[in-house]
Design a binder for this molecule. Structure first.
Ligand code: FES
Length: 424
């Protein structure tokens, strides 16, 4: 085999890397991306390798791991990951791959174990990843310490668990500090998941995020959501009317007096945190705008706190209200297949059937998620056409989409080893 063939074997995506970098370098900014970014298998593999395996991802919540031995699993492309609470309360993340012959170790989405035991031949690992016991006879000189689970970078803040498969992940400290600050009053160690849903959308993950990053479509698509949501993205939204600005100023004064963080905070294009008002007279994302849970979250002083929105690219958006929070996680399954997991959080002492009705709580976002699924899937079907060509975004209505596509392009180019042409 000549060296060129070997190189291709080493990196079957080598040509796709160059082509991707060229397309991104030459793309028209403020236009949607070329078709392959939305439907090509090789581009999907690059998204997994260069974005989802190198950036920080929102994986889950610390409340899902209430005590030692609790675990959750997820898959980043072909990489299964397990996150487990250790014996001293610490949180670990590992590649969910047995060091014997590679079987997936934890096969359930969540659970509780005393040790991590491989179902194949029962190799047994401590919760901190050390191999304790190799069931098969490996010989007297077998070194258990050489076969611990491979760690995955994990950081937590404000009840959120972020992981990165990168050898050297990007900086995340500023986000973690900000999350701690904004979520302190929500006491995220004392929340629980009241309701959870996962829907699979037949659309590329970027279309799911793009759809989330604008409310241009809300008026025609989301009647339930608009019972409480303001269509303005944040206090700097260029569409903001004088009436909205007046409401924002009034609410910010109230929140300031209550000691509740509300400032618009951007960390590059990757993160945005801000508290914005809901429609005047509403306090929660329910059909009637009233509380979905009688018990407020954490130490919040009032149910009337608008909505704290937290964006984390590439895979999460979040809405925190006084009585409950709705947390979203996006994971790509294929070039045109994405799973969106939604979790509704309440105070851990809130009692189902007494303080909240799960069906009532989930109704607005169940409807909205399904509407968004259809929008993303129709977007995908049109993009798959030979007639598709990148179209222009509105700077007034779709600035959030522009930000996302700029972030994606910059990160992809940098992770591919190219310098972005954007001055971001
Ligand atoms: Fe895990 Fe054999 S593959 S014990």
């Amino acid at each position: 085999m000549d060296s060129l063939s070997l190189a291709r074997l080493d990196d079957p995506l080598a040509a796709a890397r160059d082509a991707t970098a060229e397309m991104l370098t030459q793309r028209r900014r403020h236009f949607s991306l070329p078709q392959p970014f939305y439907n090509d298998e090789r581009l999907f593999q690059l998204d997994i390798q260069e974005i989802f395996s190198k950036e920080w991802l929102f994986a889950g919540l610390t409340c899902e791991l209430p005590s030692k031995g609790n675990f959750i699993t997820l898959e980043i492309g072909d990489n299964p990951v397990v996150i487990v609470r250790g014996n001293n309360g610490e949180i670990h993340a590992f590649h969910n791959v047995c060091r014997h012959r590679g079987s997936r170790l934890c096969v359930k989405e969540s659970g509780k174990v005393a040790k991590l035991v491989c179902p194949y031949h029962q190799w047994t690992y401590e919760l901190d990843g050390r191999l304790l016991f190799a069931g098969t006879d490996m010989g007297s000189d077998f070194d258990l310490s050489a076969y611990g689970l491979k760690p995955v970078h994990v950081r937590t803040a404000g009840g959120y668990i972020f992981i990165s498969l990168a050898e050297q992940p990007p900086a995340i400290d500023e986000l973690l500090e900000t999350m701690e600050n904004y979520l302190d009053l929500y006491d995220m160690d004392n929340v629980k998941v009241a309701v959870e849903s996962s829907i699979v959308e037949q659309a590329n993950w970027k279309l799911v995020i793009e759809n989330n990053r604008e409310c241009y479509h809300c008026n025609g698509a989301h009647p339930e959501l608009l019972n409480s949501l303001q269509e303005f993205d944040d206090s700097e939204d260029p569409r903001a009317t004088p009436a909205y600005k007046e409401l924002v100023a009034r609410k910010q004064g109230e929140w300031q007096a209550m000691g509740v963080p509300w400032e618009l905070k951007r960390l590059g294009r990757r993160n945005r945190l801000t508290r914005t008002p809901l429609l005047d007279g509403t306090v929660s994302m329910t059909m009637d705008g009233k509380q979905a849970c009688k018990k407020l979250m954490g130490r919040l002083p009032s149910p009337d706190l608008g909505v704290l929105r937290i964006l984390h690219l590439p895979n999460s958006w979040n809405h925190f209200m006084g009585d409950h929070a709705v947390v979203f996680r996006v994971l790509p399954l294929g070039p045109q297949k994405t799973v969106v997991t939604t979790k509704w959080l309440v105070h851990k002492d809130a009692v189902e059937g007494v303080d909240y009705d799960p069906e009532r709580m989930r109704r607005v976002w169940d409807a909205t998620n399904d509407q968004d699924r259809r929008l993303a899937e129709e977007n995908q079907r049109g993009i798959n056409s030979s007639a598709y060509e990148p179209g222009p975004y509105s700077e007034t209505f779709e600035f959030g989409v522009i930000d996302f596509v700029d972030w994606y392009s910059e990160r992809m180019l940098e992770n591919l080893g190219y310098t972005s042409h954007l001055s971001l």
